[in-house]
Design a protein around this ligand. Sequence first.
Ligand code: UDP
Length: 479
Amino acid sequence: RGKWRIMENEETEPHVLIFPFPAQGHVNSMLKLAELLSLSGLRITFLNIHRIHHKLTLHTNFQSRFSRFPNFQFQTITDGLPLENRPIGNFSDLINSLKSITKPLLKEMLLSGELGPTPTCIILDGLFNFIFDVDAHPNIPVFSFRTISACSFSAYSFVPKLIEDGQLPIEGEEDMDRIINGVVGMENVLRCRDLPSFCRLEDPFDPRLQYGVTQTIQSFKSHALIFNTFEDLEGPILSCLRSRCSNIYAIGPLHAHLKTKLSSEISPTASESNNGLWEVDRSCLAWLDAQPPKSVIYVSFGSVVVIDDDQLREFWHGLVNSGKRFLWVLRPNSVAGKDGVPAELEEETKERGYIVGWAPQEEVLAHKAIGAFLTHSGWNSTLESIVAGVPMICWPQFADQQTNSRYVSEIWKIGLDMKDVCNRETVAKMVNDVMENRKNELMGSVIEIAKLAITSVEEGGSSYCDLERMIKDIRLLCQ
Ligand code: UDP
């Protein structure tokens, strides 16, 4: 553990402690929330797992980007895993280590004052509510921040009821298209295959499913719930959730919210906003500059998904056979058992494609050459695609992604769902559908939703007002 920067003054103003789960999508969105709160004048301590923070500080602009905030400090804490561990690695090892090492350390750091004045509240990543010992700090209210969509959060919350009603477990492959009833607000929307992925486990009491459900139920018990979403996207689900938890703030899309705020205050250069755990390869932007408008499909499966060699080849042949240009992110170690892209694929890709290890995704999606996004349906990627007005092909892999992709295709109608399929014919067909045959229809609806997203974070918009309300509520806690 260690201090990164000393606070400038230590008066009695509100002090917010923010603690994300150690994974890319979580750190990324919670950093954006931290910046937004800091811009509003709140004192912020951002507590980061040391090995994650170490990677962030390797980016050249990282320290200067935060030094402009007078009352912002980073602190780090260990999760007991080695520096070189993959961001998540083995999930149960990580959770055990967080429970046995990080939890008592956090308690000690809070009691000793090492994190600064006693926080007015803690904004805790709702994926690990257990990390904060409520009994040891009864006067610090917990705001549970969920980095997933409200629809998938809601689906998780109904799992105990689905088990009780006998709708879970799923009875094998042939049961996958059965319609699930009983998730309030989502009637006739979800099939078994659209439930959060852990519902596919044969044993409904498997610790992996129970973990997600327990953290969800725990989030309802916190002082408040925060979602990275907006009313015009998930309004009906949010109102169902509000009947179960009165204090909900929907303040997303956070990246657009921050951008809007910054454009009226300071304007960072694009590279300054990199919260990635890998070095960004900006050469793809120059490659995109040379491509015709809306001619490129961007392919990325986020920061955790690992594909196997067969899947790599099905995607590669599908993309090549589609006849479209593509920009593909293949992180180091993201193809099981392979060090990098097989040489023969890399060579042939040059004709119409470009491969990078990590892209400046927000900038890529906003580039005029991008016509569609083949995504794993992580919630950050989904929101970034929506804001950029880019239709999606969804290939969800785990957790909330299965539910997000259902909403993308069936409710918002801004993409196609390729769930549970991975063959070159389907890839080629879907690429052509989204970029040609169904382009107008999908593009029309995503642009409509993009406008609503932007309006929500502008002055008077729903997310803007919810953030203002949250800041006011935090200030009131101090009085
Ligand atoms: N991302 C990026 N460059 C890449 C791939 C992903 O900056 O090459 C970012 C992306 O913009 C998003 C995050 O990584 O903010 C991935 O989060 P998401 O919730 O979509 O998926 P996860 O990685 O959590 O599965």
